[in-house]
Design a protein. Structure first.
Length: 259
């Protein structure tokens, strides 16, 4: 909780909590049984793969050495135009021709440029397994089918609204980012990402509403305390029937029932 109020940047590329996450973070942290630990409201990113050593061999992929975020935004309004902004700020030169990569170059040694849309994700530490189960079931009922409960009752709330495609590669010799997609294809990706942003926002709102109703402001089930008969054993039922029979006989023998 202290880290949320801190002015120091966090470890994410953005460095701060996404504004779209703040309402649901505040809602969950209002509960005595839950506390948020990390979040992302959803983002578009363009990432250049790095290298890494594995069993003495150099592999391509992941952040690794040289892995670099070329562009990241959590703002729907900054999806269109990312390529122009990247060109103006990047340390690399660009080649956007839409040419296919020669087959002989499609190997594991190429550092690909990856375009990604990644949806909302939230991690919540719960007081106990009961609280974790309630949150997990609530998330699942809203369509967050990638959710799960980890160790120490940590609930990961996730949804599969993803987009992950290669755009090009880094020519190590010239230091040029070579795109094998056309500007028209980039426009298609932008449109797909905008639709995913919209769907993601709707899902976040549905989750907020359901958590507020079922976990934060949930009313006690009044009907569960009405007309509930205790379960009788066979011996208790026999004794009750015996008492009822004796009471009927007594009433039949009372003076007002005698002609």
């Amino acid at each position: 909780m202290n880290e949320i109020d801190s002015t120091q940047p966090d470890l994410s590329p953005k460095g701060t909590i996404d504004e779209l996450c703040l309402p649901i973070i505040d809602l969950i942290n209002a509960s005595a049984d839950m506390v948020t630990t990390s979040s992302c409201s959803g983002r578009v990113s363009v990432f250049l793969e790095g290298t890494k050593s594995y069993n003495g061999e150099v592999k391509i992929g992941g952040k690794g050495q040289g892995g670099k975020w070329l562009y990241v935004t959590h703002d729907r309004e900054k999806v269109i135009g990312w390529l122009d902004e990247l060109k103006s700020k990047s340390e690399f030169s660009f080649e956007l021709s839409g040419k296919e990569i020669p087959t002989e170059k499609v190997t594991g040694s190429i550092r690909y440029i990856l375009y990604k849309y990644e949806p909302f994700i939230l991690h919540v530490k719960c007081r106990d397994f009961q609280a974790a189960s309630k949150l997990y079931n609530t998330a699942m009922s809203c369509g967050f089918r990638e959710s799960g409960i980890g160790s120490n009752n940590l609930v990961a709330i996730r949804i599969n609204i993803k987009l992950d495609v290669p755009l090009g590669y880094l020519d190590e010799t010239s230091g040029t980012l070579k795109f094998f997609v056309t500007p028209e294809y980039v426009s298609v990706l932008d449109s797909l990402s905008l639709s995913k942003f919209d769907e993601n926002t709707r899902k976040m709102q549905a989750l907020y509403d359901r958590i507020e109703k079922e976990l934060i402001n949930c009313a006690p089930d009044v009907n569960s305390k009405v007309n509930i008969m205790p379960i009788e054993t066979k011996e208790e039922r026999r004794e009750r029937k015996k008492r009822e029979g004796m009471e009927r006989q007594r009433q039949l023998k009372s003076p007002q029932n005698v002609l």
